[in-house]
Design a protein around this ligand. Structure first.
Ligand SMILES: [Mn+2]
Length: 280
């Protein structure tokens, strides 16, 4: 059985999401909705509650803004876990490389993903498929948490880290690292399609919490970075060269942002506006 855990902004999972799951799964199912309508949970505490209440041998953690677009995905996911006993986690987007400096998975120069992302009514096909080859799975370091599956038996060794982190970010990258520490694989899958109605529009406080969690993630796992997984032909020396290059690029981009976001720079542009108008 697959246990689907959803942390909801309302008291219960909405009817549309419930019927989407029930009509597409094609396998035994239980849905566990964690009520966060009073905003008392973090994603870490909510998902740990979901684990405690679940009875399935595969756990699915999904946002309340995700819908399945593949029929009978339950059997596809069950088969993937049955075919490889060292497969621990399946997601739909993730990074093959992380440097030894704070970097969110989607900024990595090497990612694999297969999902639809819809923002303000515009749907983008996020299909980075070059590292899959003929395989339905591509092994990665860490996945995105919009929707992912974990083998239930791993939860005697892993848990969402509610003591290190607060809020709603980095639970996905952290649980990926824990699965890898337990010597199981973390993979991205292209045989099931999900659509994420992405509405991340953080307040200043929300963004600061995200940045704080990213720093905590790097402090916690610093001895593991840099890391490269699922990149054919990339040896240790190439990985360290890549690490140096990526870190230099991050530093340059930060320096550039500091300049273009400075008061003096913006004042200069404002003062030049009439000149540009005059010339144009
Ligand atoms: Mn979401």
């Amino acid at each position: 059985m697959i246990s689907v855990v959803v942390c909801t902004r309302e008291q219960d999972i909405c009817a549309d999401q419930r019927s989407n799951i029930e009509e597409t799964i094609g396998a035994d199912l239980e849905i566990i909705a964690i009520d966060n309508s009073a905003d008392t949970e973090t994603i870490f505490t909510a998902y740990n509650k979901g684990v405690r209440h679940s009875k399935g041998d595969i756990l699915c953690f999904m946002h309340d803004d995700v819908r399945f677009r593949t029929k009978d995905w339950g059997g596809i996911i069950q088969n993937l876990f049955e075919e490889d006993e060292k497969l621990g986690l399946i997601g739909f987007a993730g990074a093959h490389f992380l440097p030894d400096a704070p970097m969110y998975w989607d900024v990595s120069p090497f990612i694999s993903e297969h999902n639809l992302t819809t923002r303000k009514g515009q749907t983008e096909k996020c299909f980075s498929l070059e590292h899959f080859g003929q395989n339905p799975l591509a092994e990665v370091v860490a996945i995105d948490g919009m929707c992912f599956f974990v083998r239930q038996s791993l939860f005697d060794r892993i848990a969402f880290d509610e003591t290190t982190y607060k809020g709603f970010h980095l639970y996905d990258m952290d649980i990926s690292m824990q699965v890898r520490e337990a010597c199981y694989k973390v993979c991205v899958c292209k045989d099931v399609l999900v659509e994420h109605f992405y509405d991340f529009n953080p307040t200043k406080a929300g963004f600061e919490l995200f940045e704080a969690n990213l720093q905590k993630f790097y402090d916690k796992w610093s001895s593991r970075f840099p890391i490269a997984v699922g990149l054919e032909g990339v040896n240790d020396s190439m990985m360290h060269q890549l690490n140096d290059y990526v870190k230099q690029k991050m530093q340059l981009e930060k320096a550039y942002r500091n300049i273009t976001e400075s008061k003096a720079y913006r004042l200069g542009r404002t003062l030049l506006d009439p000149v540009k108008k005059f010339k144009g």
